[in-house]
Design a protein around this ligand. Structure first.
Ligand code: COA
Length: 229
């Protein structure tokens, strides 16, 4: 039997940090302890509220192969997204969602050709949830990269997804990424100013994608990310 474990921490009702995984019963206690530490010590601030959730998983885990990390050359989102079917217009629109003053609570979904927003969640956005990373895929990666790689792998595993651009809203973390099934997880260094909480996540999709099913996959299906090798 497997359990989904989730933590979220906030200050004055503003989100500070979240963490989640799926684990066996005997790992629940140590996982909760790890998440509690993560929630209490975060650069975005000290929480005045923390929520822990433990739920039994009732569906089989979907296994997904982690995207390959491409991180040793200087890349721009324009370069990383070349050949993925994403127009210049769509990329320009994506940057607007990332740089505007709204801190979406999840990802914004846009048409890869026109750049038009397709989801109807306003300031909320759509969040990837119910996932875990197998040790084979997490080995040697720090937790931040593990989380980002897990989310990017889930987002890009669905047919009709062209890619994803992400910039963290953490104050001092300036490395973002562009991820796609075609080219992998490309790290983008110094993608924003230090000390800014402007960030966001934009998913580029083909117009024909079944958004309801895609959303169900991202939010509800339990997903396990494993290493390619
Ligand atoms: N960013 C900002 N706000 C968040 C949030 C996040 N990542 N996750 C939750 N919240 C806040 C929102 O206000 C949310 O209300 P909403 O659904 O109207 O947006 C509220 O908390 C309750 O959200 P819920 O989904 O019920 O939280 P949960 O207790 O099930 O925990 C987390 C979910 C926090 C574990 C999960 O969202 C998370 O952050 N996982 C870590 C990986 C990650 O960053 N995922 C987001 C990928 S886009």
């Amino acid at each position: 039997m497997m359990y989904s474990i989730k933590m979220r921490a906030s200050q004055h009702a503003e989100h500070i940090s979240g963490a989640e995984t799926i684990c066996r019963k005997e790992e629940i206690e140590s996982t909760l302890q790890k998440f509690m530490r993560k929630g209490f010590f975060h650069e975005n601030g000290e929480p005045d509220f923390m929520n822990f959730k433990v739920e039994q998983i009732t569906k089989p885990l979907i296994t997904l192969e982690a995207l390959q990390i491409i991180g040793n050359q200087t890349q721009s989102a324009t370069l990383a997204s070349q050949g993925c079917g994403i127009s210049v217009q769509a990329l320009t629109e994506a940057w607007k969602y990332i740089q505007n003053e709204v801190n979406y609570r999840g990802a914004v979904i846009i048409d890869a050709a026109s750049g038009k927003r397709l989801d109807d969640t306003n300031d909320r956005g759509i969040r990837v949830t119910n996932f875990m990373m197998d040790q084979s895929a997490s080995n040697g990666l720090n937790e931040r990269v593990q989380d980002a790689l897990a989310i990017a792998t889930c987002i890009n595993a669905y047919p009709g997804v062209a890619g994803e651009l992400c910039v963290s809203d953490d104050l001092n973390y300036t490395t973002g990424y562009f991820a796609s099934q075609a080219k992998g997880y490309c790290r983008l260094y110094q993608v924003k100013e230090v000390g800014s909480r402007n960030g966001g996540r934009v998913i580029f999709v083909e117009e024909a994608i079944d958004l309801n099913n895609y959303r169900r996959f991202l939010e509800q299906e339990p997903k396990c990310i494993v290493s390619k090798n």
